[in-house]
Design a protein around this ligand. Structure first.
Ligand code: DGP
Length: 114
């Protein structure tokens, strides 16, 4: 049996996090190492390693997660815009093997990303 990821431990309330949103499908909390004034992570409660590991049945949770991201942006008054990032796999910089979406806002974000 594989060890729980740090995000699964946050879901199970085994380690603390600054949780700002929760519903049946997902949890959102502030990133421990923020890259912008607002940096929130949105994760499915289901243990999915990455975007590349989604199964067809997961379409039932991905739509609600996208709408949750919209709701969180509204909740945080991100009226000047925000960026949603999903790092998938090692070359993209994914460090935690539990699917997550970064919401970044509060400063001008450059493009292309590094
Ligand atoms: P990624 O590189 O896309 O896998 O991003 C993982 C993010 O997770 C990174 O920005 C830092 C954040 N992170 C890692 N461990 C913790 C933790 O224990 N608590 C919180 N709140 N964030 C964490």
């Amino acid at each position: 049996m594989t060890d729980k990821t740090i995000f699964k431990k946050i879901i199970d309330r085994e380690i603390p996090a600054d949780i700002i949103y929760e519903d049946a499908h997902c949890l959102a909390f502030r990133d421990i190492n923020p890259q912008a004034p607002t940096h929130v992570l949105v994760i499915p409660k289901k243990e999915i390693v990455s975007l590349d590991d989604l199964e067809d049945e997961d379409q039932a949770i991905m739509g609600p997660i996208m709408l949750a991201i919209r709701n969180i942006a509204r909740q945080l008054n991100l009226d000047h815009g925000y960026r949603v990032v999903c790092n998938c796999g090692p070359e993209a910089g994914q460090e935690v093997p539990h699917l997550h979406f970064h919401i970044l806002a509060g400063r001008a974000l450059t493009w292309p990303p590094g």
